[in-house]
Structure formats: C-alpha cells, structure tokens
Design a protein around this ligand. Structure first.
Ligand SMILES: NC(=O)c1ccc[n+]([C@@H]2O[C@H](COP(=O)([O-])OP(=O)(O)OC[C@H]3O[C@@H](n4cnc5c(N)ncnc54)[C@H](O)[C@@H]3O)[C@@H](O)[C@H]2O)c1
Length: 253
C-alpha cells in the first residue's frame, strides 16, 4: 500500500510523535486528518503542514468526536494513533501505607486504553468500506504502546497497565480484522524527545540519554515516523509490537 494519494487519521497529531508522522505522510504525498484535543497546537500544525492537512478537535475517548474525525477523512486508508497521556506516578501504597488512588488509575486507563479501542473500532469500520488494493490490503492501523508495557517502573502501574493493554490487543486486532484485510501493528517507543518529555530538566534529559545502550541519545520523533510509515506500507507486517528504544531496558526506578 502506498501513502501517496491516501488519507490517514493521525490522533495526537498536533504534537510530538503524531506530528512527525503526519509530516512524513504529507511529504510522501498523502493527506492527514489530525485529531487532537489541543486546538492551539492543531492550528499550528495545519499551518506548518499545508493544504494536505486538516484539524478536527477530538478527544479519543469521545465516541461522537472520533466518529466525526473519521468521517472528515473521506475515504480512510490509514490510522496512526498517538494520542495518549503520561501516568499518574502513584505507588500502590504511599509512604504511610495508604492505598493508591483508584480515580487516577481509571483515568489513565480510560485515555490510553479505552481511547485506543475507540479509535480502533471506529476507524476500522470506515477502512472496511474500501476496495482492496493490489497487495490485498484495505488499510492499516498503527497503535502506540511504550516500553513501559514490558518494563514498567515503580509508580507506573496505571501507565504500564494501559500500554500493556495496547500491546495485548495488537495481535487480537490483527486476527480479528484479517477477514476485512486490515493490518494492525504497534510501536512501543523508549524515551523519545517530544514535548511530553521536554518538561524535564536538561540534566535529567541528559541522564536519560546516557542510559540508552546505543545510540546514546533520546529517540527522535522522526525515528517513530519512519517506523510508522513502514508499518503502513509493508503489507507483510501484521500483528506485531516493535520496541523502538535503542535497546534500553528500564530499571525498576
Ligand atoms: N515521548 C515518549 O518518550 C514516549 C514514550 C513511550 C510512549 N509514548 C507514547 O507516545 C504517544 C505520543 O506521545 P508524545 O510523546 O508524542 O506526546 P505529546 O504530548 O507530544 O503528544 C501527545 C498529543 O496527544 C494529544 N492528546 C492527549 N490526550 C488526548 C486525548 N484524550 N484525545 C486526543 N488527543 C489527546 C495531546 O494534545 C498532544 O498533542 C503517547 O501515547 C505516549 O504515551 C511516548
């Protein structure tokens, strides 16, 4: 499947990994609908990407808003789902032995896991309307997990559970949507240099970069975009979660 001439829905497309992927799609002659909660960043992104991009304000947990974003794409071939939030940094027991808060745990699961399923189901229903192309595909979907799905750190129970859920649904989704000729793959990024991380102090960022075996740097959103584009175009890649992390394995804390 070729990106040129096709339309992709990019959730979280106004910033970071989503924005870099949207740029890659536009550079290859595709069109993008950016679905994001930030109107300010969305307007900036569209000004940057030009006529091949449009912005739809949508919270990925909102059924109606995601349905509208999917419809805004017209014939939809691709989805790259990047919208998500960080964890709540809550220990299971705090230092006085009090149990962690259930509300924040639920909220992280709601945005990262339920939001992913919402986008997956609504976008798949639209992609299923396409004719198949020469390679037999009707479309392809890329989801975003995290290395925390595999080596979650102390305080990351909610984030890890949400991202392990995304990894877990990848093979199921690929099997389930195989009869509709829709492929589903997931990227599990390591420590990527996006605005989500930009809030950290420079010395902390340098410390994180030093923990990456090779290359000794934070991941570039461009690294993510290249892999996402390959997952969209490569018709034999299906049901797979790929770690994109410079071989990092996160320590317990
Ligand atoms: N940056 C990293 O190191 C890293 C590592 C592993 C996984 N990830 C994952 O990658 C994805 C993208 O993160 P990023 O680093 O590009 O962050 P980012 O903050 O640069 O971009 C995330 C975008 O998602 C949007 N968003 C947040 N909640 C949303 C919602 N409910 N509905 C619609 N849009 C929403 C934000 O407005 C923002 O534009 C996230 O799922 C994150 O968990 C990031």
């Amino acid at each position: 499947m070729h990106i040129k001439g096709s339309t992709a829905l990019v959730t979280g497309g106004a910033s970071g990994l989503g924005l870099a992927t949207a740029r890659g799609i536009v550079d290859r002659g595709g069109r993008v609908v950016l679905a994001d909660i930030s109107e300010e960043l969305g307007a900036k992104a569209v000004a940057d990407l030009g006529d091949a991009a449009r912005f739809v304000r949508a919270d990925v947990t909102d059924e109606q808003a995601v349905a509208e974003a999917v419809d805004a794409a017209g014939p939809l071939r691709f989805v790259v789902h990047c919208a998500g939030r960080g964890g709540d940094r809550t220990r299971i027991l705090d230092k006085n032995g009090a149990p962690g808060d259930l509300g924040t745990f639920t909220e992280v699961i709601r945005v990262n896991l339920i939001g992913t399923y919402n986008v997956l189901r609504l976008a798949a229903s639209k992609i299923a309307e396409n004719e198949t192309l020469d390679d037999g595909d009707r479309g392809a979907i890329v989801l975003t997990a995290s290395v925390a799905a595999f080596d979650g750190q102390i305080g990351q129970t909610s984030y890890t559970a949400s991202k392990a859920g995304v990894h877990g649904m990848t093979l199921v989704a690929a099997r389930d949507l195989a009869s509709r000729q829709i492929r589903v793959n997931t990227i599990a990024p390591g420590i990527m240099d996006t605005p989500m991380l930009g809030r950290l102090r420079e010395d902390i960022r340098e410390g994180l970069a030093a923990t990456v075996p090779h290359p000794k740097r934070l991941g570039d959103p461009e690294d993510y975009a290249r892999l996402a584009l390959e997952m969209l175009e490569n018709s034999y890649l299906n049901g797979q979660t790929v770690r994109l992390d410079g071989a990092i394995r996160m320590a317990p804390r």
